[in-house]
Design a protein around this ligand. Structure first.
Ligand code: 13P
Ligand code: SF4
Length: 302
Protein backbone atom coordinates (compact mmCIF):
# COMPACT_ATOMS: atom_id res chain seq x y z
CA UNK A 1 0.00 0.00 0.00
CA UNK A 2 1.22 3.54 -0.74
CA UNK A 3 2.50 5.78 2.09
CA UNK A 4 -0.48 8.16 1.84
CA UNK A 5 -3.03 5.36 2.11
CA UNK A 6 -1.23 3.81 5.06
CA UNK A 7 -0.95 7.16 6.80
CA UNK A 8 -4.69 7.73 6.36
CA UNK A 9 -5.47 4.21 7.62
CA UNK A 10 -3.22 4.74 10.67
CA UNK A 11 -4.95 8.05 11.49
CA UNK A 12 -8.39 6.49 11.35
CA UNK A 13 -7.40 3.34 13.33
CA UNK A 14 -5.67 5.51 15.89
CA UNK A 15 -8.80 7.48 16.73
CA UNK A 16 -11.00 4.36 16.65
CA UNK A 17 -8.65 2.60 19.10
CA UNK A 18 -7.99 5.70 21.22
CA UNK A 19 -4.25 5.25 20.66
CA UNK A 20 -1.21 7.49 20.87
CA UNK A 21 1.89 6.86 18.76
CA UNK A 22 5.26 7.39 20.46
CA UNK A 23 8.41 7.23 18.33
CA UNK A 24 12.10 7.35 19.18
CA UNK A 25 14.43 9.80 17.43
CA UNK A 26 16.08 6.90 15.52
CA UNK A 27 12.89 5.77 13.78
CA UNK A 28 12.48 5.93 10.00
CA UNK A 29 11.47 9.36 8.69
CA UNK A 30 7.92 8.25 7.75
CA UNK A 31 7.40 6.93 11.30
CA UNK A 32 8.74 10.15 12.80
CA UNK A 33 6.21 12.00 10.63
CA UNK A 34 3.16 10.09 11.91
CA UNK A 35 4.21 10.12 15.58
CA UNK A 36 2.16 12.09 18.12
CA UNK A 37 5.33 12.39 20.22
CA UNK A 38 8.89 12.03 19.03
CA UNK A 39 11.74 12.02 21.52
CA UNK A 40 14.55 10.36 23.45
CA UNK A 41 14.08 7.47 25.83
CA UNK A 42 13.52 9.72 28.85
CA UNK A 43 10.98 12.02 27.17
CA UNK A 44 9.03 9.05 25.82
CA UNK A 45 9.01 7.31 29.22
CA UNK A 46 7.62 10.48 30.83
CA UNK A 47 4.96 10.89 28.13
CA UNK A 48 3.99 7.20 28.42
CA UNK A 49 3.65 7.53 32.20
CA UNK A 50 1.18 10.41 31.84
CA UNK A 51 -0.82 9.68 28.69
CA UNK A 52 -4.63 9.42 28.83
CA UNK A 53 -5.26 7.34 25.72
CA UNK A 54 -6.21 3.68 26.16
CA UNK A 55 -3.45 2.39 23.90
CA UNK A 56 0.21 3.26 23.35
CA UNK A 57 1.82 2.19 20.07
CA UNK A 58 5.56 2.29 20.72
CA UNK A 59 7.72 2.77 17.64
CA UNK A 60 11.10 1.97 19.11
CA UNK A 61 12.67 -1.10 20.67
CA UNK A 62 11.37 -3.57 23.25
CA UNK A 63 12.86 -2.05 26.42
CA UNK A 64 11.10 1.24 25.62
CA UNK A 65 7.70 -0.43 25.19
CA UNK A 66 8.28 -2.44 28.38
CA UNK A 67 9.10 0.75 30.29
CA UNK A 68 5.87 2.35 29.00
CA UNK A 69 3.85 -0.68 30.20
CA UNK A 70 5.59 -0.69 33.60
CA UNK A 71 5.03 3.05 34.10
CA UNK A 72 1.39 3.02 32.98
CA UNK A 73 0.17 -0.56 33.53
CA UNK A 74 -3.53 0.04 32.79
CA UNK A 75 -2.73 0.92 29.14
CA UNK A 76 -2.48 -1.52 26.27
CA UNK A 77 1.07 -1.13 24.95
CA UNK A 78 1.84 -2.39 21.45
CA UNK A 79 5.28 -2.94 19.91
CA UNK A 80 4.55 -3.16 16.15
CA UNK A 81 7.68 -5.26 15.46
CA UNK A 82 8.13 -7.91 18.16
CA UNK A 83 11.70 -8.61 16.98
CA UNK A 84 12.76 -5.00 17.60
CA UNK A 85 15.11 -5.58 20.53
CA UNK A 86 18.20 -3.69 21.65
CA UNK A 87 21.45 -5.69 21.47
CA UNK A 88 22.93 -3.44 24.18
CA UNK A 89 20.06 -4.36 26.53
CA UNK A 90 20.78 -8.03 25.79
CA UNK A 91 24.29 -7.57 27.27
CA UNK A 92 22.86 -7.87 30.81
CA UNK A 93 20.92 -10.88 32.13
CA UNK A 94 19.30 -11.41 35.52
CA UNK A 95 21.75 -14.23 36.37
CA UNK A 96 24.70 -11.92 35.75
CA UNK A 97 23.14 -9.16 37.90
CA UNK A 98 22.60 -11.65 40.72
CA UNK A 99 26.26 -12.73 40.49
CA UNK A 100 27.41 -9.10 40.60
CA UNK A 101 25.08 -8.52 43.56
CA UNK A 102 26.92 -11.28 45.44
CA UNK A 103 30.28 -9.83 44.52
CA UNK A 104 29.35 -6.21 45.38
CA UNK A 105 26.74 -6.56 48.16
CA UNK A 106 26.94 -2.89 49.23
CA UNK A 107 26.85 -1.32 45.77
CA UNK A 108 24.05 0.74 44.25
CA UNK A 109 23.00 -0.95 41.01
CA UNK A 110 22.33 1.68 38.35
CA UNK A 111 20.59 0.29 35.25
CA UNK A 112 20.63 2.13 31.95
CA UNK A 113 17.06 2.24 30.67
CA UNK A 114 18.39 0.05 27.82
CA UNK A 115 17.84 -3.11 29.90
CA UNK A 116 15.07 -5.69 30.09
CA UNK A 117 12.25 -5.30 32.63
CA UNK A 118 13.62 -8.34 34.49
CA UNK A 119 17.07 -6.75 34.83
CA UNK A 120 15.56 -3.42 35.97
CA UNK A 121 13.66 -5.38 38.61
CA UNK A 122 17.00 -6.41 40.16
CA UNK A 123 18.52 -2.92 40.10
CA UNK A 124 18.08 0.09 42.39
CA UNK A 125 17.60 2.96 39.98
CA UNK A 126 17.37 3.55 36.23
CA UNK A 127 19.04 6.28 34.20
CA UNK A 128 19.09 7.38 30.56
CA UNK A 129 21.75 9.14 28.49
CA UNK A 130 20.03 12.42 29.45
CA UNK A 131 20.40 12.07 33.21
CA UNK A 132 22.99 9.34 34.00
CA UNK A 133 25.82 11.64 35.09
CA UNK A 134 23.53 13.89 37.14
CA UNK A 135 21.83 10.99 38.92
CA UNK A 136 25.08 9.14 39.70
CA UNK A 137 26.52 12.39 41.07
CA UNK A 138 23.77 12.34 43.71
CA UNK A 139 25.36 9.24 45.30
CA UNK A 140 28.90 10.48 46.04
CA UNK A 141 29.57 7.97 48.82
CA UNK A 142 28.17 4.82 47.26
CA UNK A 143 30.02 2.13 45.37
CA UNK A 144 28.23 2.00 42.00
CA UNK A 145 27.72 -0.84 39.53
CA UNK A 146 26.67 0.69 36.21
CA UNK A 147 25.17 -1.58 33.59
CA UNK A 148 25.29 -2.50 30.79
CA UNK A 149 27.10 0.17 28.70
CA UNK A 150 30.84 0.36 29.39
CA UNK A 151 31.25 3.48 27.24
CA UNK A 152 28.61 5.52 29.04
CA UNK A 153 30.13 4.34 32.33
CA UNK A 154 33.60 5.49 31.23
CA UNK A 155 32.15 8.86 30.23
CA UNK A 156 30.45 9.25 33.64
CA UNK A 157 33.75 8.32 35.34
CA UNK A 158 35.59 10.98 33.37
CA UNK A 159 33.06 13.72 34.28
CA UNK A 160 32.61 12.72 37.92
CA UNK A 161 36.27 11.88 38.43
CA UNK A 162 35.52 8.66 40.32
CA UNK A 163 35.63 4.98 39.40
CA UNK A 164 32.48 2.97 38.71
CA UNK A 165 32.20 -0.79 38.46
CA UNK A 166 31.66 -1.16 34.74
CA UNK A 167 29.82 -3.85 32.81
CA UNK A 168 31.25 -5.33 29.61
CA UNK A 169 28.42 -4.21 27.29
CA UNK A 170 28.27 -1.86 24.33
CA UNK A 171 26.01 -0.68 21.51
CA UNK A 172 27.24 -1.93 18.12
CA UNK A 173 26.01 1.25 16.40
CA UNK A 174 28.04 3.65 18.55
CA UNK A 175 30.92 1.35 19.46
CA UNK A 176 31.60 -0.28 16.05
CA UNK A 177 30.06 1.85 13.31
CA UNK A 178 31.50 5.21 14.41
CA UNK A 179 35.28 5.58 14.41
CA UNK A 180 37.92 8.02 15.58
CA UNK A 181 39.46 7.99 12.13
CA UNK A 182 36.20 8.95 10.38
CA UNK A 183 35.49 11.68 12.90
CA UNK A 184 39.04 13.10 12.68
CA UNK A 185 38.80 13.21 8.89
CA UNK A 186 35.49 15.11 9.05
CA UNK A 187 36.91 17.55 11.61
CA UNK A 188 39.82 18.32 9.30
CA UNK A 189 37.49 18.82 6.36
CA UNK A 190 34.98 21.02 8.26
CA UNK A 191 37.02 22.92 10.85
CA UNK A 192 34.14 25.31 11.71
CA UNK A 193 31.71 22.52 12.54
CA UNK A 194 30.51 21.81 16.07
CA UNK A 195 31.04 18.13 16.96
CA UNK A 196 28.35 16.28 18.94
CA UNK A 197 28.43 12.67 20.06
CA UNK A 198 26.20 10.28 21.98
CA UNK A 199 27.80 8.97 25.23
CA UNK A 200 27.44 5.36 24.01
CA UNK A 201 30.45 6.08 21.75
CA UNK A 202 34.00 5.16 22.91
CA UNK A 203 36.06 7.66 24.94
CA UNK A 204 38.54 8.45 22.14
CA UNK A 205 35.65 9.82 20.06
CA UNK A 206 34.04 11.63 23.02
CA UNK A 207 37.39 13.25 23.81
CA UNK A 208 37.44 15.10 20.47
CA UNK A 209 33.75 16.12 20.60
CA UNK A 210 32.52 19.59 21.60
CA UNK A 211 29.34 18.19 23.16
CA UNK A 212 28.44 14.77 24.57
CA UNK A 213 24.68 14.36 24.96
CA UNK A 214 21.74 12.04 24.46
CA UNK A 215 19.63 12.31 21.32
CA UNK A 216 17.30 15.10 22.47
CA UNK A 217 20.19 16.96 24.13
CA UNK A 218 21.95 17.07 20.76
CA UNK A 219 18.77 18.23 19.02
CA UNK A 220 18.31 21.05 21.47
CA UNK A 221 21.94 22.15 21.11
CA UNK A 222 21.56 22.24 17.33
CA UNK A 223 18.37 24.32 17.43
CA UNK A 224 20.00 26.81 19.84
CA UNK A 225 23.48 26.65 18.26
CA UNK A 226 25.07 29.51 16.37
CA UNK A 227 27.21 27.24 14.16
CA UNK A 228 26.15 26.56 10.60
CA UNK A 229 27.78 23.12 10.39
CA UNK A 230 27.61 20.11 12.71
CA UNK A 231 29.41 16.76 12.81
CA UNK A 232 27.10 14.21 14.42
CA UNK A 233 28.23 10.98 16.09
CA UNK A 234 25.12 8.88 16.52
CA UNK A 235 22.49 6.85 14.66
CA UNK A 236 21.46 8.30 11.33
CA UNK A 237 17.75 8.74 12.17
CA UNK A 238 18.61 11.62 14.49
CA UNK A 239 20.64 13.35 11.77
CA UNK A 240 17.60 13.08 9.51
CA UNK A 241 15.42 14.78 12.13
CA UNK A 242 18.03 17.51 12.68
CA UNK A 243 18.18 18.27 8.96
CA UNK A 244 14.40 18.36 8.63
CA UNK A 245 13.97 20.72 11.58
CA UNK A 246 16.99 22.91 10.78
CA UNK A 247 16.96 23.30 6.98
CA UNK A 248 19.39 26.23 7.05
CA UNK A 249 22.12 24.20 8.84
CA UNK A 250 24.51 21.60 7.42
CA UNK A 251 24.99 18.16 9.02
CA UNK A 252 27.82 15.68 8.53
CA UNK A 253 27.09 12.26 10.07
CA UNK A 254 30.28 10.53 11.23
CA UNK A 255 29.02 7.36 9.49
CA UNK A 256 25.86 5.89 7.97
CA UNK A 257 25.34 4.33 11.39
CA UNK A 258 22.05 2.44 11.23
CA UNK A 259 20.41 0.66 14.18
CA UNK A 260 18.67 -2.10 12.23
CA UNK A 261 16.40 -2.94 15.16
CA UNK A 262 15.10 0.64 15.24
CA UNK A 263 14.47 0.50 11.50
CA UNK A 264 12.31 -2.64 11.61
CA UNK A 265 9.16 -0.59 12.27
CA UNK A 266 7.41 0.53 9.08
CA UNK A 267 4.11 2.25 8.28
CA UNK A 268 2.76 -1.18 7.34
CA UNK A 269 3.73 -2.64 10.73
CA UNK A 270 2.13 0.30 12.59
CA UNK A 271 -1.11 -0.09 10.58
CA UNK A 272 -1.11 -3.87 11.21
CA UNK A 273 -0.42 -3.32 14.91
CA UNK A 274 -3.38 -0.96 15.27
CA UNK A 275 -5.71 -3.12 13.19
CA UNK A 276 -4.85 -6.43 14.87
CA UNK A 277 -3.84 -5.20 18.35
CA UNK A 278 -0.36 -6.72 18.08
CA UNK A 279 2.15 -7.24 19.57
CA UNK A 280 0.92 -6.53 23.06
CA UNK A 281 3.59 -6.09 25.73
CA UNK A 282 3.06 -7.95 29.02
CA UNK A 283 5.43 -7.67 31.98
CA UNK A 284 4.89 -10.15 34.83
CA UNK A 285 3.98 -8.38 38.06
CA UNK A 286 6.97 -9.92 39.83
CA UNK A 287 9.21 -7.86 37.50
CA UNK A 288 6.90 -4.90 36.89
CA UNK A 289 6.59 -3.84 40.54
CA UNK A 290 10.33 -3.65 41.40
CA UNK A 291 11.20 -2.33 37.92
CA UNK A 292 8.67 0.49 38.41
CA UNK A 293 10.40 1.40 41.67
CA UNK A 294 13.71 1.80 39.80
CA UNK A 295 12.07 3.81 36.98
CA UNK A 296 10.04 6.01 39.38
CA UNK A 297 13.17 6.75 41.37
CA UNK A 298 14.77 7.99 38.16
CA UNK A 299 11.74 10.10 37.21
CA UNK A 300 11.68 11.71 40.65
CA UNK A 301 15.33 12.74 40.19
CA UNK A 302 14.95 13.94 36.56
P1 13P B 1 18.54 8.35 23.97
O1 13P B 1 17.94 8.13 25.29
O2 13P B 1 19.66 9.33 23.97
O3 13P B 1 17.49 8.69 22.95
O4 13P B 1 19.25 6.99 23.51
C1 13P B 1 18.60 5.79 23.36
C2 13P B 1 19.42 4.83 22.61
O5 13P B 1 19.05 3.71 22.44
C3 13P B 1 20.70 5.30 22.11
O6 13P B 1 21.30 4.33 21.33
FE1 SF4 C 1 20.22 -0.32 21.30
FE2 SF4 C 1 22.30 0.85 20.12
FE3 SF4 C 1 20.03 0.52 18.77
FE4 SF4 C 1 20.19 2.33 20.78
S1 SF4 C 1 21.28 2.37 18.81
S2 SF4 C 1 18.54 0.86 20.41
S3 SF4 C 1 21.57 1.23 22.19
S4 SF4 C 1 21.38 -1.10 19.55
Amino acid sequence: MKHNNLTAEIASLKSRRDAVILAHNYQRREIQEIADHLGDSLELAIIASRCDQKMIVFCGVRFMAESAKILNPSKTVLLPEPEAGCPLADCATVDQVLRYRQEYPRALFVAYINTSAAVKAHCDICVTSANAVRIISRFPDREIVYLPDKNLAAYAESILNRPLIKWPGQCYVHDHLLSLEKMSRLKEKHPGAMVMTHPEAPMDILNISDLVAGTSGMLKAVSLGKNREYIIGTEIGLVDRMQRENPDKIFHPVAEAVCSQMKLTTLQSVADALREGKTEIHVPESDAVPAKRALDRMLEMS
